[in-house]
Design a protein around this ligand. Sequence first.
Ligand SMILES: NC(=O)c1ccc[n+]([C@@H]2O[C@H](COP(=O)([O-])OP(=O)(O)OC[C@H]3O[C@@H](n4cnc5c(N)ncnc54)[C@H](O)[C@@H]3O)[C@@H](O)[C@H]2O)c1
Length: 408
Amino acid sequence: MKIWLVGTYGAVATTTMVGAKALENGVIDPTGIVSEMPEFEEIHERIPLEFQFGGHEVRWIDSNAYRAALNHWKLNRHFDYGILESVKNDLEEIRAEKGTAINCGPGVESLGELSTLEKEGYTLREIVDILREDMSSFGKRDCVVINVASTEPVVEFREEYHGSLEGFESMIDENRKRYVSASMLYAYSALKEGIPYGNFTPSTGSNIPALKELAIKNRVPHAGNDGKTGETLIKTTLAPLFLYRNLSIDGWMSYNILGDDDGKVLSHAENKESKVISKDSVLEKTLGYSPYSICEINMFPSLIDNKIAFDFIHFKGFMGTKMKFYFIWDGIDAILAAPLVIDIARFLLYARDRGEYGVIEELGFFFKSPMDTEIVNTHQQFEMLKTWFTQKPITRGISTAGVFIPKV
Ligand SMILES: NC(=O)c1ccc[n+]([C@@H]2O[C@H](COP(=O)([O-])OP(=O)(O)OC[C@H]3O[C@@H](n4cnc5c(N)ncnc54)[C@H](O)[C@@H]3O)[C@@H](O)[C@H]2O)c1
């Protein structure tokens, strides 16, 4: 598997690379990797756990994956140091290429001095050409791009630029920067090169009609958005319990605190908006109604990569009697995310192997805001994933600009 990580030197990316290489070298076991379960046996030989990594970054551009991983490790100590040392040689060889941070907002700017292609004066078309060249020279066959870069602010949807591939490409050719974001440019570059694309972040990525059209046209699978690793995973697993027992939820409060660079970026209101939208919509989708809901995310520096969620659920039972349920989820973000990144990459390669393209909705199991499906109930999602895996490749199509493009 050749995995191109956008945001190569971040906590999730470096933890993914350390874990993947340690798995490949037999240093750790596959606990946490869904695709290693017996249900998915066919993938084990077809797409073995052997890895090459590359990616794009906008800071520490002269560094390498080992130095970046060590930086995160010193802050978090989120796994055994011996594991990191065992993959030192592998990671020292991984160096990121310079990327773009167009419209990534104040959160990303606050990370420090950024090295970007736009700072070198390139136009949108030139930036895209460079991104495409970087990705395709890494490898088209067995290659997949996964976005694990910092969360961008929400981009206002504009039909003329995002509604069709033609509009999107004219926006690029005319160098109109206002309605484009870095994640769209990475997604466009991957899909244009025929490389599957997975979006682990709440940023827009390939989630606009223009890029869905491109994926169908170029016959490339893609999936997103926003890895479901913590509080939302628990929420979408627990909420069905109330549904199945016909208990009515009056209110659900979720309060999340986290440190680290992800927390720093999300402490900026514009960058946070994408995340809150992504987390907050799941209750209505699971329950079919919207209980009163508070969903907060705040920076708590000393926690570093520890993310804690405090949840309070007020619900009503027989004869209108009110009851309460509280939980605290205390997770290590990158440790929960890294195996999912590997799974998403592996299942996307599997989809491509089977000749499937377009949005692979069944990978919604891995995401908080799964594209093109309203199903967020974890139990249902897992069944969908298993069914998809064992059945024949699915015919998909999209409706774009009034034209339905079927799979032939
Ligand atoms: N459990 C989880 O950790 C989890 C779950 C769901 C989603 N996510 C998302 O995954 C992403 C990564 O999280 P993290 O904890 O690794 O954050 P991080 O801040 O440690 O890493 C992000 C990296 O992306 C780089 N970056 C920022 N903008 C970029 C751009 N435009 N192009 C290339 N690189 C860019 C940064 O320099 C940084 O190295 C975030 O968007 C986060 O919201 C994480």
